[in-house]
Design a protein around this ligand. Sequence first.
Ligand SMILES: [Zn+2]
Length: 484
Amino acid sequence: MSFNGKQPTLVNQLQTDVPKEKVKAHLQVLGVFFHLLDTLAGTSKPGNVEATVDEFFQRSTYRLQVWLEQVIKIDGMEDFEKPLQDHELPPLDVALALHSYMLSPLRYFEDSELRFPQLKRMKEYPLASILNVLDPTGRGYDELKCLTAAKYWQNKTQLKFNAIDSMSKDDTRVIECPSCNTAASVPWNGDRGFASPGFEYDCSKCHLAVNHDLLCAGKFFKALTQAKDGPGFCLPNTAILVRGELDIQSRCASIVAEVWKCLQDEKGEIQPLKDLAELAATEGSSTVAFIANKLSRAESALRTESLPVLLRSFEHSYPFTQDVVIALHHQRPFIDTIYNQGWSASKADVPSDSDLNEAYMLYVDFLNLVLNIKRREPGWQDDLIWHTHQLMPQNYRAFIVDHLHVYLDHLPKGEDMNAFRRHYDNEKNPKSVAVWIESRSIVALTTKGTFLPDDKPAPESCQAGLAAPSFLVTEPATAIFASN
Ligand SMILES: [Zn+2]
């Protein structure tokens, strides 16, 4: 690798912004996550490990929601400044889910501004708090050291603090009917359990047969109504501009108005979810696909190529913009790699100082390629620095926007393989999602006209991406996505 005169300065700046101690602490926490998943696999029947891990990731994502809503919630403005207290330490699986959530910097930022302000209590990921309560083996929490947190969690949530215990002992989760908001307790397991694709239960109040599709559609209509009626709300994934500014003013309202227009009846109203679900069923489609099709009608002023971004957060029913379950699956091989390379062991000389220096240089090289709209899949070493950087969200946003002039996103591999993809793909433009549309407004990027990714196989590692600020045909087209 060759460096021009500017790059050593950038390496130095990064080593100040993302100190080696933080990278090492991150490595140690990744080692703890490895042992957690290893223990989990040990509890599973042979041949059933993947299903067990998937259920565990779904539960961890739900428990992250519970932690945000019941443990670290804020009551007044002054609470924003209150750092996490010892008794608010997340259970280890929640810490794992939070880690994956944060590694989606744009969605995490948008959620912390608009949906979960309590996230702002963490200026950065709580690496030190986790390392402080490890047992002597360094492989998991010490029961005594986190006793206060465990008691507080169990008292607030009625769930087990220990993630492995919770998996075998907490049989149900709470859910709200997407039609009448009545809360119900539903099982995790079984053919009709929440963890299964065939999940279904009958709402005791409105008798809707609730399934995953209706939960996703319900999430969509809730977000749409909230954004239409409440100032300061937007549809998920629409509030961040290309340079990382938050825009929740007229632009969000125009997008919402256009979405509403596509879905309204003759009276300008949107039919109840129950009726839309029945209508979708008569057309042989899911409710969510029915919505997607309505939005992609020819007369719509919504950009077809941006619909996947607009609808991305309704492919799952958790209240987050990011699909944390997918992100957890995506992070798992990375955790394995770090462990197998020996970098997460608490040996003094691994990684060595020169190993880490090399990783910083690789990360700088990666950022410089992005600056020139060239693609390179980050290797696990520069990924490590990139990920550690993202665990300091404010720092990452400031640094990256200053250097690249765009707010570089980090996307789980395989997002485009999600079920919705087929609704937007067509023969004329099979890669509509992956196009970088030319932008003359982004001076920092040497634009090369429309850039189509090489027809290479999907990356093995992470993907870079940019904010997608253009949802309406009336808006200027700018860079949308770099995932392929
Ligand atoms: Zn109901």
